[in-house]
Design a protein around this ligand. Structure first.
Ligand SMILES: *[C@@H]1O[C@H](CO)[C@@H](O)[C@H](O)[C@H]1NC(C)=O
Ligand SMILES: *[C@@H]1O[C@H](CO)[C@@H](O)[C@H](O)[C@H]1NC(C)=O
Ligand SMILES: *[C@@H]1O[C@H](CO)[C@@H](O)[C@H](O)[C@H]1NC(C)=O
Ligand SMILES: *[C@@H]1O[C@H](CO)[C@@H](O)[C@H](O)[C@H]1NC(C)=O
Length: 793
């Protein structure tokens, strides 16, 4: 506290000494100063201002606990005006007008330096400030200015220093700010600026100090490697990242703490010979920590706390002569604390913090040893293809440790969360199956290895036209979602969020986040990840991989990310009952979509063990890819069902409740409802509608002629479909909707009938085309088929 005052005193005495021989200030400017005094509500540091005051003779100055004031003139005109109140001064009264103040200030045409800090200014920063053409230094920190930085200020071509700290200014940083030709100091600390830092900042030849700390800025910083004069950058307390900013080698101060920077530290940092202060704490950095940073020639302050830096420190690492503060705590460092950081070698006034790592230490300040062993294990099983760069390498370490996973569903998940059924019968069956697994599970290290083996097996199986299942690093997912930016958010619920994203290679994905309860055991997480890694089928929105985040304090998993393929072409309903003309699926396309869904169900029931039943199938959760291949976008993933159940205590199925014995038949019923909509083209939202349509369906099927079937079917397809095909689908639909679960067909039966319907339709289309084309086909040339009745029973 004493030091700034002291400096200020020297500053003022020097200024006073430099003052030219007393010259009377122009009367109009005296009036202007008195008016300013009034507009500022006559603050204590200006209480001595009178019309008779000799402002240019130094009599306008004041210093005291309530603030300070100074007026400096050149000849008979004011060139500098400093008015600073006590920090935290309340806003000026309601009748204050910042517009009137700036208008008044513009009557001081030669004003070069303006400080109006902590004087209670409030209101939007007026664009009229641009009229003060001579301004070089502006400091209006500690006020209550709001709104954005007005365009009018872009006219201040001579502006060298702009300090707007501690206000409530917001909006995006205007790009023109980077075109102010003389700007050397830009300080916008503690406001509410949001959005990206404009590229233009990277081309400000004079910029020496850039302070954007404590705002809401996001995204990567522009390339600043060309800013040869840049000495200090402080962007702490934003949401910036993930890329480490590109900086020139001559920076002195780099403060990036509390952001979303990730990946590894650039090697180039090792050549920053002027660097005194490097603070990258509380970010998402991963990868090896470079001990060489400790011995940079100028380094004085180094903090990497609260990241996921790995690597082994050596006793013999060197420290720079100026090093006075080192914080390595809360990382994943191994080895021993360098001797130069321990007494007796360390300099007496040096602060060294190293707790909560995996360092050799018996004082209990480090992480628990099972956790640290897992780190080592994770490094051991890292597959070679993950080693492309330091970032993905370390990210992989983070990704695989205690490999775990969670479940979910995909794009349709918003619907999913609104009416998730906890599938009472299905979940019972699952619990049975999984508890057996659990009891046979061994400790996690071997299980981890098993997972790693499993993953490498599935890699070989990548024949689905989708990327192999793998672990993702958090860095990758951050890059894919622009740091989980809001515009990438598809939806959220009490368990987590769903984001869309795009991987580095261009693959679009959806990413489900799920908070993990502390009570979740490693074994059960491993079991879940195992299940999820198998959820891959042509007719499922398949899992592509997972990633997790854990608590750096106690190593528990806190969050899981499941990456799914992104299916781009809308849901089935949007192409059936709610489609516009022209975008509606044809009859053949509808049958093949239904076949796809049935195959997906077949896979869920029997393609993985234990099978997943009670999948709450809905037409809105059936997604179509660009080839109209249907994919079940929401299915029963055990960990999610578990989490949901503990949240909500379970709910009922929307349409049907069956005994546990027939839990697979619930899916068949739900499939029947989907088929009903596919055939009728009517949006179905309640059990009541299902009942009505089922009556109509029975009545249509029974018709000797095809008239009722035609009128039941969606008019968009009824003309283009063979009656036999239509009737086959209608009949299987009717059977799926049987009240008694035991009466419903098996999924194989369903598939067989649908495939038959597709075949009949195909033949019919060929024949219709040929006869339409004028080459009649004799009925005897048609392939004869067994009767429909024989087939479907
Ligand atoms: C604002 O109101 C106060 C009284 O509340 C008065 O003393 C002051 O002169 C007014 N200021 C202006 C600029 O009107
Ligand atoms: C702005 O003015 C205040 C009050 O005089 C001072 O404490 C602060 O250091 C100034 N800011 C800058 C960046 O010069
Ligand atoms: C931020 O600015 C506000 C005034 O706008 C002030 O009250 C607050 O103390 C400042 N916060 C920090 C951390 O400086
Ligand atoms: C940043 O933005 C979030 C929401 O977008 C808001 O809640 C928060 O208050 C903002 N922070 C600041 C310092 O304005």
């Amino acid at each position: 506290m004493a030091r700034p005052d002291h400096l200020l005193l020297i500053f003022f005495s020097v200024l006073l000494a430099l003052l030219p021989e007393t010259t009377q200030l122009q009367p109009s400017q005296v009036w202007t100063l008195i008016k300013i005094q009034q507009l500022l509500n006559d603050p204590p540091m200006l209480s001595h201002w009178r019309h008779s005051t000799d402002f240019c003779g130094g009599a306008g100055g004041f210093m005291g606990p309530t603030g300070s004031a100074a007026v400096l003139c050149y000849g008979d005109t004011v060139t500098q005006l400093h008015i600073a109140g006590a920090p935290g001064s309340p806003p000026l009264p309601r009748n204050f007008s910042v517009g009137a103040l700036v208008t008044t200030l513009s009557r001081l045409p030669d004003l070069k330096v303006l400080t109006l800090s902590s004087v209670g200014l409030w209101g939007p920063l007026p664009g009229k400030l641009g009229r003060l053409a001579a301004l070089e230094i502006v400091n209006v920190s500690g006020n209550y200015l709001y709104g954005d930085i007005p365009r009018g200020m872009s006219r201040l071509a001579g502006l060298q220093t702009l300090v707007l700290d501690d206000n409530i200014l917001g909006g995006e940083l205007p790009a023109w700010i980077g075109t102010l030709p003389s700007l050397t100091v830009l300080s916008l600390r503690n406001n509410t600026f949001r959005g990206a830092v404009p590229e233009s900042i990277g081309s400000m030849p004079s910029l020496r100090s850039l302070v954007l700390a404590s705002n809401n800025l996001s995204g990567n910083l522009p390339d600043m490697s060309r800013l040869t004069n840049l000495q200090a950058i402080d962007v702490s307390g934003n949401s910036l990242g993930p890329a480490f900013p590109k900086l020139g080698r001559k920076v002195v101060t780099v403060v990036l703490s509390r952001n979303r920077f990730g990946g590894g530290l650039p090697e180039a940092l090792g050549s920053f010979y002027l660097l005194e202060r490097l603070d990258v704490s509380w970010n998402r950095f991963v990868g090896p920590f470079t001990p060489a940073l400790l011995s940079l020639p100028s380094i004085r302050y180094l903090s990497i706390a609260g990241n996921r830096f790995t690597g082994t420190l050596s006793d013999k690492a060197l420290c720079g002569d100026n090093l006075r503060f080192v914080d390595l705590s809360l990382n994943l460092l191994m080895g021993s604390v360098p001797a130069c950081l321990r007494s007796p070698d360390r300099k007496p006034d040096t602060v060294v913090l190293v707790s909560t790592n995996c360092l050799d230490s018996s004082d209990g300040s480090q992480r628990p040893s099972p956790f640290c062993q897992n780190q080592a294990l994770a490094v051991g099983i890292m597959p070679g293809k993950e080693r492309r760069n330091a970032a993905s390498k370390a990210g992989f370490v983070a990704g695989i440790v205690m490999a775990t996973l969670v479940a979910v569903s995909v794009v349709g998940f918003i619907v999913f969360f609104t009416v998730r059924k906890a599938a009472t019968k299905g979940s019972k069956a699952r619990t049975l199956a999984t508890s057996e697994e659990e009891s046979s599970s061994t400790g996690y290290p071997s299980k981890l290895l098993a997972d790693a083996r499993y993953i490498s097996q599935t890699v070989k199986l990548g024949a689905l036209g989708i990327p192999s299942y793998r672990s993702f690093s958090l860095v990758e997912l951050e890059a894919a979602t622009n740091n989980f930016e809001n515009s990438y958010l598809l939806g959220q619920d009490s368990l987590g969020e769903m984001y869309r994203g795009r991987l580095g290679n261009g693959t679009p994905v959806t990413i489900r986040t799920l908070k993990i309860k502390r009570s979740q055991t490693t074994q059960s997480l491993n079991r879940h990840i195992d299940t999820i890694s198998r959820l891959r089928h042509q007719n499922l929105v398949s899992a592509l991989g997972h990633c997790f985040e854990y608590d750096l304090d106690d190593s528990t998993v806190t969050q899981l990310y499941i990456v799914f393929e992104y299916v781009q072409n809308g849901n089935l309903r949007s192409r059936i009952s709610q489609g516009t003309e022209g975008c509606k699926l044809t009859w053949s396309q509808r049958i093949s979509a239904a076949i796809g869904v049935a195959k997906g169900i077949q896979f869920l029931h029997g393609g993985i063990i234990p099978g997943l039943v009670g999948n709450d199938l809905r037409i809105t959760n059936i997604l179509l890819d660009q080839n109209h291949v249907a994919k079940i976008g929401n299915y029963n993933i055990p960990i999610l069902a578990e989490a949901m159940k503990s949240e909500k205590g379970g709910a009922g199925n929307k349409f049907q409740t069956d005994s546990p014995m027939y839990s697979d038949k619930t899916d068949i019923f739900d499939f029947g409802v989907i088929l009903l909509e596919v055939v009728s083209g009517k949006t179905i939202t309640s059990m009541y509608e299902v009942d009505i349509l089922k009556e109509l369906l029975a009545w249509a099927i029974a018709d000797e002629d095809r008239v009722r079937r035609r009128s039941f079917a969606d008019p968009a397809v009824s003309k283009g479909c063979s009656d036999e095909s239509l009737r086959t689908v209608m009949e299987i639909c009717q059977r799926c909707l049987a009240k008694e679960a035991a009466q419903r067909p098996s999924v194989e039966d369903v598939l067989w009938n649908l495939q038959f319907a597709a075949q009949v339709q195909d033949d019919w289309e060929v024949e219709a085309w040929s006869s339409g084309g004028g080459s009649p086909v004799s009925s005897s040339s048609r392939v004869t088929r067994p009767s429909r009745l024989n087939l479907s029973r």
